[in-house]
Ligand binder design. Structure first.
Ligand code: GLY
Length: 371
């Protein structure tokens, strides 16, 4: 299967090419997307021997000059030092203003490589090769790049608090790369698909419900339609509001809650798992605000449970700490909580949710013993 989804952007249109085996034949698709032939491949160290090696083989010497650098895809390491390491590798590889960076890995690798490309010599081309489901359906599309910064007074990192919008020249999605992805990471990506379904894509919701059993086991035979519909959902939003002044905020559904719990070590949550719990908290909040019925909330929690995604955290947390962390989220506006809440037909941005409702929403995702 090969599907091409064109995404318009103020910095130039690009394609999301979904192609099984596309990595092995990447030379043609990449040559059509960028004039650069001297490239730095920034690969998650976990895929250096596999997917990055396939790409390096595809980019034949003679036609391409390729340097490789590996990154560790860990949130605590998503810092300025990692960007400097990529810049240094780019300099060592002789990259100039007409060169390009190719990111191979998950969303974290793509964010780092994208930010390094956005700033190296004031900006060079970047191509995204996502190898996780989460990056395929969300992080690689729409040009968000960035790093984490320490949150004053809280002792942990706030996600993506510095960065830029730097749209790729191409997003190459090769589903074969998912074969090496641990099932837990695959399920994490499904949480972002559920989020896309909730922002006004009932067909995607039904697709996920019908295929939940196969999807949760990482059986990718049923994945093509989920990928295409999810990527389409993301395209629609980023085309309308590339720089997140309005509608793109809807993609943050569940994320303001998720970002408060994701850095807490004892909870041991992947990003997608934190989003899953965050979606449940956002739905509970929406129900309290009269935006969503109990039946609608239960339908989504049933789907998340069916996909083997968490709907509660495992260890009780102080709600005051969670509220404080939420205020440092990028979506907070002047210290005021900005929440995306689901409705019966999509989602809406709310600046006026009473703290009592946010507190009550957090209670619904605490473990039963803490109630
Ligand atoms: N992942 C949210 C966005 O791209 O806006």
């Amino acid at each position: 299967m090969s599907t091409r989804i064109a995404v318009t952007s103020q910095q130039g249109a690009y394609d999301v090419l979904i192609e099984q085996g596309g990595l092995a034949s990447a030379a043609a698709s990449m040559a059509a997307a960028t004039t650069a032939r001297r490239v730095l491949v920034v690969a998650d160290e976990q895929v250096v021997q596999t997917h990055a090696a396939t790409l390096l083989k595809a980019l034949q010497p003679g036609d391409w000059e390729v340097t490789l650098t590996a990154t560790r895809a860990e949130e605590p390491l998503k810092r300025m030092a990692a960007i400097e390491q990529i810049w240094t590798a780019a300099l060592s590889g002789g990259l100039d203003r007409h060169s390009a960076i190719i990111a191979v890995g998950g969303g974290l690798t793509g964010d780092l490589a994208g930010f390094a490309a956005a700033t190296y010599m004031r900006g060079i081309d970047v191509i995204q090769v996502p190898t996780t489901l989460l990056a395929m359906v969300d992080a690689s599309i729409g040009g968000k790049t960035g790093i984490n910064l320490p949150v004053p007074g809280l002792g942990h990192l706030g996600k993506n608090l510095a960065g830029s919008f730097w749209p790729p020249k191409l997003v190459l999605v090769d589903c074969d790369t998912l074969e090496t992805l641990p099932v837990r990471e695959f399920r994490s990506g499904l949480a972002e698909c559920v989020k896309h379904a909730l922002i006004g894509h009932p067909d995607l919701m039904r697709l996920l419900e019908v295929h939940a059993d196969a999807l949760r086991d990482g059986r990718t035979g049923t994945l093509d339609d989920v990928l295409v519909q999810s990527i389409e959902a993301k395209r629609l939003v980023v085309e309308q509001d590339e720089h997140e002044y309005g509608r793109r905020m809807l993609l943050n559904l569940g994320h303001t809650f998720a970002h408060a719990i994701e850095p807490i070590k004892e909870l041991d949550l992947t990003h997608g798992e934190a989003v899953s719990v965050g979606l449940c908290a956002a739905m509970a909040c929406a129900q309290l605000r009269g935006l969503l019925s109990a039946a609608e909330l239960n339908r989504v929690t049933d789907l998340l449970t069916g996909l083997r995604l968490p709907t509660q955290i495992s260890v009780p947390q102080r709600i005051d700490d969670l509220l404080a962390a939420m205020r440092y989220d990028k979506k907070a506006s002047g210290g005021q909580l900005r929440l995306v809440l689901p409705t019966s037909s999509g989602a809406e941005v709310h600046d006026d949710v009473p703290i009592a409702d946010v507190t009550a929403a957090w209670r619904t995702v605490m473990p039963p013993s803490s109630e």
